[in-house]
Design a protein around this ligand. Structure first.
Ligand SMILES: [Fe+2]
Length: 434
């Protein structure tokens, strides 16, 4: 491959898979939705969205476009932020009873993830935990294809329009977990940056931190050549490690988020910045959907599992609630200080792409440099100061660690071997940064 990071290993993978939907990007492309599903033969579409968007202009555009192309549509708009199994099952019931031949989802990651999972349970009814990976689920593969799906993001962070995974909260277990299957990759993504024009600053900040972490986690993940070979290529998981494809998209996403995040948060009329963040989010989705994330996302699940009495301005959600991007980024600087030792060149390059001043530094300083660049971006976008900023104390670290340790494959995707004590140390070091 011409790159030392991907040097072959004796028993490691020598192949990686790239999975991508057909992608359309640009201002105004949302109106293409009707024509795009019509050429796929769709006659009756389920439109999945949330209560905040359902009466707004973006859903209206999709409804008009579907009608103009002769497509009937029924709307499901009960998706809540941080969707849970109950939401998925009611969306699945809606799909099963509606005689639909396709789905259009319009919203943030919660909406798109609900659409993906709901199609699985509508077509292949099962106990809810069957299709989730162990140790939470039973790891059964989704049996076959779901309905054609056109995904339209309205936030610049999730990248879910480009991934074959769905993150759902399991209510009884009070935890989020991932349902991953090649069958739930959307067929098309329509990414219209105009959908982000009215996003409040805090939403751009937290979703921007999500995309930042997706990109840097992909770029610093262990190389795909260090994961074991897979006998059945159809079973190759999306967490397959860093590879030349994920590098390509992650590098560009890092440069864009480094250049535009602070501007896009500060000024909602800065179209150049906001459009660039939308493209960066899509790129980062293309990257992590084909490499997997690692510790910052794995450790974020403990944060959302155990948070209490906390909210974020601009989010109309009752306490306790920490937006996904914030739950990820609060631990990220401490994590990259830990992982840099095992992949110093990668961390150093990532810091450079993010715009850190690296003139008098080298790979040996990579952990500090990348952590400080992230901290700088957090400060300048009013992100809480580490775990303490979202209500955690040193006394919570043991429970946070116990909750996180279940995310085994994501933890193993980090470039450095990590045990429970390491995770505890990282949480302790993430309590505050300034
Ligand atoms: Fe994420």
């Amino acid at each position: 491959m011409g790159c030392q990071y991907f040097s072959p290993t004796d028993s490691g993978a020598d192949t990686y898979t790239v999975a991508m939907p057909k992608l359309t990007f640009g201002r105004g492309c949302l109106y293409e939705s009707g024509r795009r599903v019509a050429v796929r033969g769709m006659k009756r579409a389920a439109l999945i969205t949330d209560p905040f968007l359902v009466d707004g202009p973006y859903v209206d555009t999709v409804k008009r476009s579907l009608a103009d192309n002769g497509i009937e549509a029924d709307i499901f708009s009960e998706v809540r932020i941080e969707p849970c199994d109950a939401t998925v099952m009611s969306a699945a019931e809606f799909l099963a009873e509606g005689d639909f031949d396709g789905v259009v989802s319009i919203g943030g990651g919660s909406v798109m993830d609900t659409a993906k999972a709901a199609m699985v349970y509508a077509l292949y009814p099962a106990d809810f935990l069957d299709y989730f990976g162990p140790p939470i689920g039973r790891g059964k593969p989704v049996p076959g294809p779901v309905l054609p799906h056109l995904a339209c993001p309205t936030t610049s962070g999730t990248g879910s329009e480009c991934t074959s995974l769905s993150v759902i909260r399991i209510n009884d277990l009070n935890t989020k977990f991932v349902l991953g299957s090649p069958h739930i990759l959307p067929d098309e993504a329509l990414v219209d940056p105009a959908c982000c024009d009215t996003l409040p600053a805090n939403v751009v900040a937290s979703t921007g931190c999500d995309l930042l972490s997706h990109a840097i986690e992909c770029y610093t993940a262990r190389a795909y050549t260090t994961w074991g070979r897979i006998d059945d290529p159809a079973a190759r998981p999306y967490i397959q490690g860093a590879n030349p494809w994920s590098d390509l998209a992650a590098r560009e996403a890092l440069e864009l988020v480094g250049r535009y995040l602070v501007r896009g948060v500060a000024d909602r009329t800065d179209i150049e910045a906001r459009d660039s963040l939308m493209w960066a989010a899509t790129l980062a989705g293309m990257a992590f959907g084909n490499s997997g994330t690692h510790l910052p996302h794995a450790m974020s699940y403990g944060v959302t599992h155990l948070m209490r009495d906390v909210t974020t301005p601009d989010y109309d959600v009752k306490s306790p609630f920490v937006p996904h991007g914030i739950s990820v980024i609060v631990s990220a600087p401490a994590i990259f200080r830990y992982t840099a030792e095992s992949a110093p060149d990668r961390h150093f390059q990532a810091a450079k792409y993010l715009g850190a001043d690296c003139e008098h530094a080298g790979p040996a300083d990579a952990g500090e440099i990348v952590a400080n660049r992230i901290i700088d971006m957090m400060k300048n976008t009013a992100i809480p100061n580490g775990l303490g900023g979202v209500g955690f104390t040193r006394g919570d670290v043991k429970s946070l660690t116990e909750s996180t340790i279940r995310q085994k494959r994501a933890i193993a995707n980090a470039p450095r071997e990590t045990n429970a004590t390491d995770i505890e140390n990282m949480y302790n070091n993430a309590l505050s940064y300034w």
